[in-house]
Write a protein that binds this ligand. Structure first.
Ligand code: AMP
Length: 396
């Protein structure tokens, strides 16, 4: 069973090919193109590379193609990408202008290139479909909510991976199984007592934090769009709703220019004035650049704010998990986020923290009530697994 996962950006195409034969999960091939101007040609080149590597003879050898789709009107979960679903994505182009249009175009091109091969989308919002409504609503008039102005939450594939893997590593296979079957069974799969509380911190170019109870998310720091929550590499994160009209009037800029600055010139880049990459910002801070130091401090304060919120909402935590580029690799950021929390039972082992990079490791002290873990994420594998599950379930 060969499942191709295609990651579509506005000017990029990346892919991974998984083989699930014989109850194994094997990554057969991965690759990608940046600065794509001719998408049909890029798809042809992708298929040519996979054929040249001997993994398929013909497109019909793919069991399915899976996509990490972002957001659609009244559709979430893991679904076949038929005309109804593509229409629902189109209906939310205005909410996800950087993501939905290229995905829709790309999916249609894949459909033309390999008719008969099922195309499946795992929506980034899927992991939040069971979150309490109180955690997902903005305090806006009903009509605003009805057009989609509510918290959707994103990074669902990554946080779902963490939900499954952290439960396995914590010896709770019942919870891991519940997380695995979430989009098939909803919250029905039973778990043994007591409940498992995990706070998943996906810290990277784009960052978000999620509270997870028994394998299901209770919310996410990303809200209606990927412009919210923590500061991102060059995107703003949380911002008061009065800020945009005030900036437009006071700086004499257009609303489009305000949007551009908030999506391209803000976040860690805007705060530091140095770079959108935390490695450069850390170097600058170490050399005495006060703005760079402030950018790191704002990032850490925001992470602690969201972790604290979920810690309270979950009534504590069994584990705090760090993942993605920053979470997996930046020991000093993990240390700053976990500083002075011994009173809450959160005790980082500084030697383990300092020696851990991008490997599955527990980095808390032996007696820490809350385990602190690093777990490298694998979003594409989640897309492939859910695609497989959907196909198997629709066959039964
Ligand atoms: P991501 O979006 O998950 O690829 O994460 C990007 C961010 O993680 C950037 O700010 C990088 O500085 C940081 N990052 C990624 N890889 C590494 C690494 N190997 N060592 C240190 N920082 C890294």
């Amino acid at each position: 069973m060969k499942i191709l996962v295609a990651n579509i950006g506005s000017t990029s195409l990346k892919w991974r090919l998984f083989d699930f034969s014989n109850n194994l999960e094997r990554l057969l091939h991965k690759g990608g193109f940046e600065r794509v101007t001719d998408y049909p040609a890029a798809i042809d080149d992708c298929l040519a590379q996979i054929k040249a590597a001997g993994h398929i003879a013909h497109e019909s050898d793919f069991t399915a193609v899976g996509f990490k789709t972002v957001l659609a009107k009244n559709v979430t979960g893991c679904v076949r990408l038929d005309d109804r679903v593509l229409g629902a994505m189109e209906a939310f182009n205005g909410l996800a202008p950087a993501h939905n249009p290229p995905y829709i175009t790309g999916i249609r091109l894949f459909g033309k290139r390999m008719p008969g091969v099922p195309l499946v989308g795992l929506f980034e919002t899927a992991f939040y479909q069971f979150a309490p409504e109180a955690m997902m609503r903005y305090a806006v008039p009903q009509a605003w909510n009805d057009i989609g102005i509510r918290r959707w939450g994103f990074h669902g594939a990554s946080h779902k991976f963490i939900a499954e893997r952290s439960a396995e590593l914590l010896g709770r296979n019942d919870v891991a199984e519940r997380a695995r079957r979430l989009y098939v069974d909803g919250l029905k799969t039973p778990t043994n007592q007591p409940g498992l509380r995990v706070i998943s911190c996906h810290l990277g170019g784009s960052s978000s934090i999620t509270g997870i109870r028994d394998g299901a998310a209770i919310g996410n720091s990303l809200g209606m769009s990927p412009q919210s929550g923590l500061p991102h590499n060059n995107r703003v994160g949380d911002l008061d709703s009065e800020a945009i009209p005030y900036a437009v009037k006071t700086l004499g800029i257009t609303i489009e220019e305000a949007q551009r600055q908030l999506t391209k010139e803000s976040g860690l880049k805007g705060l530091s004035g140095v770079s959108n990459d935390i490695r450069d910002i850390t170097t600058a801070a170490e050399q005495g650049n006060a703005q760079a130091k402030l950018a790191l401090d704002v990032f850490v304060a925001s992470a602690r704010h969201w972790i604290g919120g979920y810690f309270f909402e979950l009534g504590g935590a069994d584990a705090i998990v760090f993942t993605a580029g920053i979470g997996e690799n930046r020991t000093e950021i993990r240390a700053a986020i976990c500083a002075d929390l011994e009173g809450l039972g959160i005790e980082l082992d500084s030697a383990l923290n300092a020696s851990t990079r991008a490997t599955e490791t527990v980095i808390s002290k032996t007696g820490s009530r809350v385990k602190i873990m690093v777990i490298p994420t694998n979003e594409e594998l989640v897309v492939a697994r859910e695609t497989k599950r959907l196909l198997e379930n629709s066959r039964n």
